[in-house]
Design a protein around this ligand. Sequence first.
Ligand code: KG4
Ligand code: ZN
Length: 345
Amino acid sequence: MIGPVLGIESSCDETGVAVYEPGRGLLAHALYSQIKLHAEYGGVVPELASRDHVRKLLPLLHQTLGDAGLKVSDLSAVAYTAGPGLIGALLVGASVARSLAWALEVPAIGIHHMEGHLLAPLLEEPAPGTEPLVPPFVALLVSGGHSLLVGVDRIGSYTILGDTLDDAAGEAFDKTAKLLGLPYPGGPALAKLAETGDPKAFHFSRPMTDRPGLDMSFSGLKTQVLLAWRDCDKANSTRASIARGFEEAIVETLAVKCRRALAATGYQRLVVSGGVGANQRLRAQLAAAGQREGFQTYFPRLAFCTDNGAMIALAGSIRLAAGQHTGPEIRVQPRWDLQSLPEVA
Ligand code: KG4
Ligand code: ZN
């Protein structure tokens, strides 16, 4: 049995640090979000992101170990996000993690960021009446950079069933929010505005649901919103209704694709994770569909839908327990195919 595993996440604009111990669970986690830093630019500025990870990572590490009541020498391994993501940002986490592991003479392991998202529901106790999450299952991974439907036969054995042909779901939320004059990051702001909108006022298309297949496309929706916004009275209530129409279109499209993926694989469990997995309408719609149609749904808590160190510490501990670790070099992969990962025996 391995002891406490440190997890470090720095692939984009959140610095996340956590300690997870198999058998004991999550011992502590801390997160620093750079949202304010990037807000005035309307999106993540890679160079600023790297510099801020450099500034924040060691203080967060200190805080997390303190919260867990551990000394650095208590760590039995170090896991870090090795990709995909922004290369400079990834290098900050990888350099700190690899050097720390080297100094402590413990193993280090580079984790695929999307595998972190995919396994994040395992950080939670199963909801009452729900079986524990075990493969096989389908995972919908929807974030700012990805919209993937993944078939999970076993941990580490992943098949991409569907992908976006253009914008990721979170990117579509962010760009549409910007069009409507909402602050960055747009997803949560748009979802909040949509709460007061009239669901019947605007109907946008459900892209690629009228033909077979599991791929997705969200960039056309943005254009539909642009036209609706251009031609409307610009009242706040109209803006809310456009936001509502857009959110309903994305949520329904994702729900259709999830149900298709479950039907195609014959699996009966669905994981929903990644930043857009924090969307309440998406969670409610999929949970209701699951109850109606007999599949079980698994969501991480809201804080672990978006980027965090806990999912990296967890994924690291699973791979380390299977005897896997990374060599002494500091290597990151800004692009990295999830399907190329080794299976966890
Ligand atoms: O997983 P994540 O933190 O970072 C990436 O790996 O990309 O996801 C961030 C994305 C952003 O596009 C953000 O707007 C979106 O997730 N997001 C949401 C919500 N919360 C975050 N989108 C819709 N509804 C939300 N409640
Ligand atoms: Zn992410």
